[in-house]
Design a protein around this ligand. Structure first.
Ligand code: AMP
Ligand code: MG
Length: 491
């Protein structure tokens, strides 16, 4: 019997120095924890086969699915501002690519499948908690319409991994448009490998931006297209209160998907300086720093691509700078559109950005919950009396009243009906996001073998637009906002 994956792996056609061929490590007792049936079907894979014994062996790395060409991909990256010329997949293997029923090509990757030539001092393993965390949050992001890598399966290995303490081990099957990163270009730029840079640019264009093939300067067009996707992605993150937490250049894709859900988290009370990651002591990757960091990372990408922009270095630098200068506008437009949608504004007026910023400032001062504020505004958009439900979210409700009067005046100049406005707002302002305290609860239960809280939370956060009265406890902010909450990236 063939399959279960119909691999068609274009990456294997790139030169050998793009990756290291590596078989996954065997584990003692693989057990499938969860399979993403809908995603399996999109990929043309039979979910029942993945969920069975054969699937467990394949998804844990004990048996290679037919046609798999496991490889650890090479990349470099700036980690917290410091350049590391060789990172690479130290705990992940690309099994191969699959063209789905929707015609889209995707990578199938095992994460936590054992050491590779890129492991450095790492053990190549992943712990159950971070695997389930990525499974949950990546699928929640996808459900909210934010480009993100996906999760096809989580399997327990039956082995322990050692972090500060022994933890149950697991392997995630990650699905991505590709695993090409800013750091992939940096890897070859650091080696002054002009041929590899050219091949990488051609490959990236062919895979993600085929419309640029005929461009006058394809590499520059590629750079600008990546910039555009990243600008929209960051605006999408910020629109749902998402903080990635570790926006190193090796964690920034060329496809424009969110990748690596290590220390990420969603904000409860709004504050632009919010940061959760335990290793981010300077707040480099805080909520409001994300656009600036994206631009910094893109500047590193431009540096790595410089020789592709023009044969003349000075001309290449001038072109790069000209392009980079567009980022602020690209992000500003994307963020402005996100905010207008969140406020229910179909039209566009001069003062809209100030109106939105006025709300954010009021929320910051009033410690208002990010998700609840916008969702309740969506209800008030249909029924002004329900502004009464928004007010108590603010420490000083009168400050909200002042803002609400401005908003109501602005809405009066819109031609959309209140009902249509409210329904549009309910499609951009989630009813629920995976809040830290609920994610932690679900993961803690899973560690003891109880998957019920995980399943319940997963079901809730993958239907983010729906009102779910039975899950009100999962949608509510923590009783006491935990300002000391920290996330760890020990995947
Ligand atoms: P991350 O912080 O998850 O983006 O990973 C940064 C780099 O560290 C990548 O090259 C990873 O492959 C590597 N890495 C992280 N954890 C491990 C591990 N447990 N074993 C080997 N390499 C790892
Ligand atoms: Mg990474």
């Amino acid at each position: 019997m063939s399959g279960p994956f119909a691999f068609d792996t274009s990456y294997a056609g790139l030169p050998e120095r793009f990756y290291a061929r590596q078989a996954p490590a065997r584990v003692s007792a693989p057990r499938v924890l969860r399979v993403n049936r809908a995603l399996a079907e999109t990929l043309g894979v039979d979910p029942a086969r993945l969920a069975g014994e054969e699937g467990a062996a394949m998804l844990a790395g004990n048996a290679l699915p037919e046609g798999a060409t496991p490889m650890a991909l090479a990349y470099a990256g700036h980690q917290f501002g410091n350049f590391v010329p060789q990172l690479g997949d130290g705990r992940a293997l690309l099994l191969g690519e699959v063209v789905g029923r929707d015609g889209l090509r995707r990578d199938i990757q095992l994460k936590g499948s054992g050491p590779t030539p890129f492991s450095r001092r790492g053990d190549g393993r992943a712990a159950l908690g971070p695997v389930l965390r990525e499974y949950l949050v990546s699928e929640a992001m996808h459900a909210m319409g934010i480009p993100a890598t996906r999760a096809l399966a989580a399997v327990a290995t039956g082995e322990e991994v050692y972090r500060e303490t022994p933890l149950p081990g697991a392997v995630l099957t990650r699905v991505a448009a590709s695993h090409l990163r800013v750091g992939t270009f940096q890897y070859f730029a650091a080696r002054r490998d002009a041929e590899a840079l050219r091949k990488l640019a051609d490959y990236t264009i062919g895979r993600h931006y085929p419309e640029l093939r005929g461009a006058e300067r394809p590499a520059l067009a590629l750079f600008e297209a990546v910039m555009g996707r990243q600008a929209r992605l960051i605006a999408g993150w910020m629109g749902v209160g998402f903080i990635h937490g570790v926006m190193n250049t090796d964690n920034m894709t060329l496809s424009g998907e969110t990748i690596d859900f290590g220390p990420c988290a969603f904000m409860d009370a709004f504050h632009p300086a919010t940061v959760f990651s335990s290793i981010d002591q300077q707040g480099r990757y805080a909520y409001a720093n994300q656009p600036g960091i994206a631009q910094w990372n893109l500047a590193r990408l431009a540096e790595a691509m410089l020789t592709l922009f023009d044969d003349d270095v000075d001309r290449g630098v001038a072109l790069a700078n000209e392009s980079l200068a567009k980022f602020a506008g690209l992000f500003g437009d994307a963020w402005g559109a996100t905010l207008r949608a969140k406020l229910g504004l179909a039209g566009s007026e001069e003062g809209d950005r100030a109106l939105a910023d006025g709300l954010l400032d009021t929320m910051q001062v009033g410690h208002a919950d990010f998700t609840l504020t916008f969702r309740r505004l969506s209800e008030a958009a249909a029924e002004p009396a329900r502004l009464a439900d928004v007010r108590p979210l603010f420490a000083d409700p009168m400050t909200f009243d002042d803002w609400a009067a401005r908003w109501s005046a602005r809405l009066a100049r819109e031609s959309v009906t209140p009902a249509a406005r409210a329904s549009a707002m309910r499609r951009v302002n989630p009813w629920i996001v995976p809040r830290n305290h609920r994610v932690e609860e679900a993961l803690a239960a899973a560690q003891t073998g109880d998957m019920a809280p995980f399943d319940r939370l997963f079901e809730a956060v993958t239907h983010p637009w729906d009102d779910q009265p039975a899950n009100a406890d999962l949608a509510a902010p923590p009783a006491v906002v935990d300002r000391e909450y920290r996330t760890f990236c020990g995947t």
